[in-house]
Structures are given as C-alpha cells and as structure tokens.
Design a protein around this ligand. Structure first.
Ligand code: 5RP
Length: 226
C-alpha cells in the first residue's frame, strides 16, 4: 500500500466534504490548511451554491479569490452545514481548535450551523483532548491573570507570538496556548473557562462539537458519526 502524505490526506478529506454541501445554499467555511483543500475542491462547483459564511479573513480572501461569494454572518439565518478542521478530535466529536487563531469566529459560524462536519487527517484523533496546546483567545489586559488561572489548574500558558510580537487575532485580541492539560470533561471545562473575565473564547469545542468527522487514513476516508 502506498503511504499517503499528511498533505494528500488533507486533500482527500477536503474533497470528501463536498458531499455534505447542500446545492443552492450557503455553506459555513472554517480555517486552516485542511479547509484550504476543501475551498479548492469547492471552486469547480461554486455555481451550485449561493456562497459561504467564512470564519476568518484568510478563508474569506481564499474564497473570494476563487470567485465564491462571502456573506456576513448577520446577513444569513441558520446554515445547514459548517465544514472545518481541528487540532484534536476525540471519539465523541469534541475538539480542540484554534491552531490558526480563528477559534472565535469558527465557534460563531459553528453555532449558526445545524451540522458540523470536521475534516482531519488521522493524526488529529485522540483519546483525551489536551496534548495539543489549547488555544484561548483573550482580551490583552487579562492575559497575565488568565495565565495564572490556568496555572492553578496545572496548565502552562504562553502568549502566542508572530514575528516576535504578540499575535493579534482578526478580532484584535491575543492568544494564549496552554500546555499540560488533560481535558477529561470537555463540556464542563469549556463552560468554566468561557466565563473567566477576559476570556473571549476557549478552543474546546464541546458545546459546538462535530456531528461528523471525515478522517483521512492510510486506507482512505473514514466517516465517524457522533
Ligand atoms: C484554525 C483551526 C484549524 O481548524 C485547526 O488549526 C486545524 O488546522 P489544519 O487543518 O491546518 O491542521 O482551528 O483556528
């Protein structure tokens, strides 16, 4: 059997996601290298959909460059499907997201969608969330205090940098990446951290979990339903 590279697995699941796109509708589009494969696969069939609601400036630019209309989330009601990648996904469809710093808008579009279809290569499937450093979008003045709150839970938070400066998200905020957490209760953890003052969004997607995961494996695309 020929081993597929991680990039080829991403292409496979990006293409497989097309079958969840509803003709004539607007599709929710996530962010990241796997989603970029989905956007590329969408381009040749773009005339079969009305357009997209996007979760980041980067995805918006890619969609528009390929001639796909992008709507503001406030211009549309419920979406039937949201397609996005993940940094980790467990056997219940709970995820860690935000490696691309787009977690807040991703959670907003996911919440606006009836079905979350996660596209991921098999390296993302885990038993327990928390090995990937957990991204948390934080208002800048609360960064130190939120880091101390994570320390009290046994987590080590570092401020994400870009070119030596604190990364600024599409929403003008910062990202903390938290190592050393084993998130055994994703629903409870998400609810707790989301109400800490200064936290905009925690990168645990449990309340907005996936209903489907298209997992790229050595033997092809596996469909997991949760
Ligand atoms: C961006 C995300 C991405 O979905 C996640 O980081 C996975 O990215 P990739 O497909 O590049 O591995 O949450 O904020």
């Amino acid at each position: 059997m020929t081993m597929l590279s991680q990039d080829e697995l991403k292409t496979l699941v990006g293409q497989a996601a097309l079958r969840y796109v509803v003709p004539g509708e607007i599709v929710g589009v996530g962010t990241g290298s796997t989603v970029n494969k989905f956007i590329d696969a969408l381009a040749p069939v773009k005339d079969s959909i009305r357009g997209a609601v996007s979760s980041s400036v980067a995805s918006t630019e890619r969609l528009r460059a390929l001639g796909i209309a992008v709507f503001d989330a406030n211009e549309v009601d419920e979406l039937s499907v949201y397609i996005d990648g993940a940094d980790e996904i467990d056997g219940r469809g709970f995820m860690v997201k935000g490696g691309g710093a787009a977690l807040t808008r991703e959670k907003i579009v996911a919440a606006q969608s009836r079905r979350f279809v996660c596209i991921a290569d098999e390296s993302k499937l885990v038993d327990t969330l928390g090995t990937f450093p957990l991204p948390v979008e934080v208002i800048p003045m609360a960064v130190k205090r939120v880091a101390r709150q994570f320390a009290a839970l046994g987590g080590a938070a570092t401020l994400r940098l870009k070119e030596g400066q604190p990364l600024v998200t599409d929403n003008g905020q910062h990202i903390l990446d938290v190592r050393g957490l084993a998130i055994s209760d994703p629903l409870g953890f998400e609810s707790e951290v989301n109400q800490w003052p200064g936290v905009v969004t925690v990168g645990v997607f449990a309340h907005q979990k996936a209903q489907v995961c298209l997992l790229g494996t050595a033997s092809g695309v596996k469909t997991l339903e949760f």
